[in-house]
Ligand binder design. Structure first.
Ligand code: PHE
Ligand code: ZN
Length: 872
């Protein structure tokens, strides 16, 4: 696609060069003013190159240079040059001190990258390349410096002044200003720098490390939110303890600070000693947050804490290594959550997320390896592939080596690389060297994009009493990688007899990990007097698409007998997908096939199953997931098929659902069992409402009652969502009521917006247009924009409306957003990249939407790259 006026530089992984200078110290002095902030920086440079350097390029963006001195002398014009990308020092000496003064404009900074002023606070966001928007510097992760930061601000608006490390001194100034000086003893790359100034209340606690050091824990929030930090603080302490227990890693500063803000592009940021969080991942009370919100807080708090070792103490050589910290840290937070809650349910949720976001990415034009080869805007590579698939690769190493060996590899990794900026290769090498293992084949996973297809066939030989399993792999081509090599795939497996017991596999083990390294390999298991049913890819032991050899009866059997929770769930899902695809192909087949009916009945009838897991088993696959299984996604037919299966299951099991709904009623508690019970009960309600005959509103009465009387937000919101999405006659009143009750809680108003935008009704487009001019809508707040636009794009029948109205509307909004916040605009644009998956008229309409965006004046580099790669 031709894009007007872009000359984006493409950065290639192979072009990496060690920096010719290092900066040992950075002293910053900021006079904070929303309109005009002055930043003085003093940087100590040392040459590390052997040959003389004639030009030293410093990064700088949107900076107004006020003065520039080297070793105390103002630089003459022939000694430097200003460019679009920063500042070039000409013939610099071997070592020197550079002092610069620049002016920046925090209130006008709507990109939320660099230093910005939002909601009355000053905040920074420097990953990946935000620090260059604060001062001229070597803004690259392999340049580690010791930071000293002095903040000046008016005492009244900004009583709290924070930066990384330790607070060394504070004082008052004239005109009601004050200052604070912070020092971080650990050298760090600029992307981990942070400062915060504002009127914040603090919730304080303490943690004693395994070696007996006391750490002060602080969470900074608005005064009225101090009661909503219990889950965040508790999760932090549990995460600190877990990292000591499982990895032997302690926290290394005396103070750990977390700041919550409503204005943030991502989930949270692991700045050294001073994490900045999207408020969504900090604030929760039973009345204002759902069980899922609590779960999200636990995992993101842990994720950022774990970065202190995997990311901060050991950091990245360059941005192509992003998964070195993100994949590894996601793996760590997933394992933490699995240890805190139910391992089986956690795994199901993780795989669901991988399949919802990463599989489609890997199958479309934006596919890239976990370690990408090129980028034009690094912000576009904070993807499900780098994060979630990256975590799966670490998990496979863990599976292949074993728990104790993996830990030895981690120990060696930290021992070798503490304080360094390293590569994915260094990580894999540590795993190998600590265990004398060869992972050379495994490295292909990092460089090869695309989701492998794993085809399994098996046969039982009654004469030989043996079972032979054949596995084949194939990875479809992806952009720039037409030919794929086989990758080593660990397939955890067992064979079940007709009683559902695992049988010994050529020895005493009843579970085994087969390693498929070639395109095709076979395994034979002997001494099997009776036929067996294979349970393959247990725990989802590799990020592949499994084409299973099982027929419906075998699946139904596994759905109630497999002792691997993931595979048990997967078996029901497979049955449901199959039934749904049959209905999609022929709507008159809308029925409940007997294998699926048996599986549902068995699950409904088995009160022994943990309620959270039972809820997973009984949840139908999403429309997106069903669509993913089709060559061309039939948007409407998928929607109707799923609706009708919900209705059928709802109707056929009314007494069971009703029983669950009544039996599981309870006063609110926050333990795991209660959470599972709420989940199952709300699922029952959704089936009851789906199964209600047209026009008859008996079940909606339950929802209305639940909405009005719930003693917690999980139940209230579940009922609210059902009433709004089914458009019950008083949905309008309920929307108004919700708004009136919760308008002072931004996170709940986000949900209020999102649920409306996700309503599968023809009139939704018009309503979303109204939402965009609602007084509570704010283009500058990403959470709000994502609620409406993200909710809309996740609404299959409305976003993909056959007349293309959804796409045209959406592109129009992205065009507007791009001027304010390119990073968020580019991220929201990715659903348009999936155009090849739809029918010809939709392809055409999505192409036009992309073309319209491509022609936008002042198109950001972020959005330009997404469009370019989406539609080359
Ligand atoms: N590094 C953050 C994390 O995953 C994500 C992030 C990236 C936040 C870029 C802000 C900007 O923990
Ligand atoms: Zn991270």
């Amino acid at each position: 696609m031709t894009i007007s006026g872009t000359n984006a530089v493409v950065v290639q992984r192979g072009d990496y060069k060690v920096p010719s200078y290092q900066i040992s110290e950075i002293a910053l002095d900021l006079r904070l003013d929303p309109e005009n902030t002055e930043v003085s920086a003093c940087l100590h440079f040392q040459c590390t190159a052997t040959a003389p350097v004639t030009e030293l390029h410093l990064d700088g963006e949107s900076l107004e240079l006020l003065s520039l001195q080297r070793d105390g002398r103002t630089l003459a014009e022939h000694e430097y040059r200003l460019t679009d990308a920063g500042l070039v020092l000409l013939n610099p000496p071997e070592s020197f001190v550079l002092e610069s003064r620049v002016r920046i404009h925090p209130a006008a900074n709507s990109t939320l990258s660099g230093l910005y002023h939002a909601g009355g606070q000053f905040l920074t966001q420097c990953e990946a390349e935000g620090f260059r928007r604060i001062t001229y510097t070597l803004d690259r992760p392999d340049c580690l410096a010791r930071f000293t930061v002095t903040l000046h601000a008016p005492q009244k608006n900004c009583p709290v002044l924070l930066a990384n490390g330790n607070c060394m001194a504070t004082g008052d100034e004239e005109d009601g200003w004050h200052w604070a000086r912070w020092e971080d003893p650990y050298p760090k790359p600029a992307y981990l720098f942070a400062m915060v100034a504002g009127d914040l209340a603090v919730v304080r606690d303490q943690y004693r490390t395994a070696s007996g050091r006391d750490v002060v824990l602080e969470i900074y929030v608005a005064e009225r939110d101090t009661g909503a930090c219990v889950q965040a603080m508790d999760s932090l302490k549990r995460a600190m303890h877990w990292d000591e227990e499982v990895y032997g890693r302690e926290y290394d500063l005396d103070r750990y600070m977390i700041v919550a803000t409503d204005s943030f592009n991502m989930g949270a940021m692991e700045n050294k000693g001073l994490n900045i969080f999207n408020a969504k991942y900090v604030l929760a009370s039973p009345e204002t947050a759902t069980d899922n919100d609590y779960q999200g807080i636990e995992s993101v708090i842990a994720h950022e804490y774990f970065h202190n070792w995997t990311g901060n103490r050991v950091t990245l050589r360059d941005w192509f290594q992003l998964s070195l910290k993100e994949g590894l840290t996601v793996f760590r937070d997933q394992e933490f959550s699995a240890d805190q809650n139910s391992r089986g349910v956690q795994r199901i949720d993780d795989v669901r997320r991988l399949r919802a976001a990463q599989f489609p990415e890997d199958a479309g034009p934006l596919a890239h390896p976990v370690r990408p080869d090129a980028y034009s805007e690094i912000n576009n590579f904070y993807t499900a592939t780098v994060y979630e698939k990256g975590a799966e690769l670490v998990r496979m190493i863990h599976t292949l080596l074993g728990k104790a060996q993996f830990r030895q590899g981690m120990d060696l990794y930290f021992q070798r690389h503490d304080g360094q900026a390293v590569t994915i290769e260094d990580f894999v090498a540590a795993m190998e060297d600590a265990n004398q293992r060869d992972l050379s084949g495994f490295r292909r996973w990092y460089g090869q994009a695309g989701t492998p297809i794993l085809r399994a066939t098996g046969s039982y030989d009654p004469a030989r009493h043996s079972y032979t399993l054949t596995l084949r792999q194939e990875t479809p081509a992806t952009p720039g990688q037409p030919v794929k090599e086989p990758v080593p795939i660990p397939v955890r497996m067992a064979l079940l007899n007709t009683q559902g017991q695992r049988v010994p596999l050529n020895g005493t083990d009843r579970e085994s990990i087969l390693l498929l390294e070639q395109t095709e390999q076979s395994w034979t298991f002997d001494n099997l007097p009776d036929p067996v049913i294979p349970s393959l890819l247990r725990g989802f032991s590799a990020p592949v698409r499994l084409e299973s050899p099982l027929d419906d009866d075998a699946r139904s059997f596994l759905a109630s007998h497999d002792d691997d929770p993931f595979n048990r769930w997967e078996s029901i899902q497979d049955l449901a997908v199959k039934a749904l695809l049959a209905t999609v192909a022929d709507a008159s087949l809308a029925s409940l096939p007997s294998a699926l009916r048996h599986a549902v009945a068995a699950t409904l009838g088995d009160a022994q199953i943990d309620p959270a897991f039972r809820a997973e088993l009984l949840s139908l696959p999403s429309e997106d997931y069903i669509g993913e299984q089709m060559p061309v996604i039939a948007v409407e037919a998928v929607h109707h098929a799923r609706d009708s299966l919900m209705r059928t299951i709802g109707m056929q099991f009314v007494p069971e659902w009703m029983g669950l709904y009544h039996d599981l009623a309870a006063t609110y508690q926050r333990d795991g069992l209660s959470i599972g019970r709420r989940r199952l009960r709300n699922l029952a309600l959704s089936y009851l409402i789906a199964g209600d005959h047209e026009g008859h509103e008996g079940m909606a009465l339950y929802a209305r009652q639940q909405y009005a009387q719930a003693d917690n937000m999980t139940d209230r919101l579940a009922a609210f969502q059902l009433l709004v999405q089914h458009r019950h006659h008083d949905a309008e009143d309920i929307l108004l009521d919700f708004y009136r009750r919760w308008h002072e809680y931004p996170l709940l108003i986000d949900k209020w917006f999102a649920i409306q935008a996700a309503t599968p009704r023809p009139e939704t487009l018009r309503q979303v247009e109204h939402l965009l001019v609602h007084p509570a809508f704010d283009w500058r707040v990403p959470n709000r924009v994502r609620a409406v636009l993200g909710g809309f794009a996740a609404n299959p029948t409305v976003f993909h409306a056959a007349d293309g109205s959804g796409y045209a509307f959406y592109a129009e909004q992205l065009r507007r957003l791009d001027d304010l916040n390119p990073q968020t605009a580019a991220r929201l644009a990715t659903p348009l990249s999936r155009w090849q998956r739809y029918d010809a008229p939709r392809q055409q309409a999505m192409g036009e939407a992309l073309k319209m965006l491509a022609g936008k004046p002042k198109l950001s580099r972020d959005l330009a790259e997404v469009i370019q790669r989406s539609h080359p």
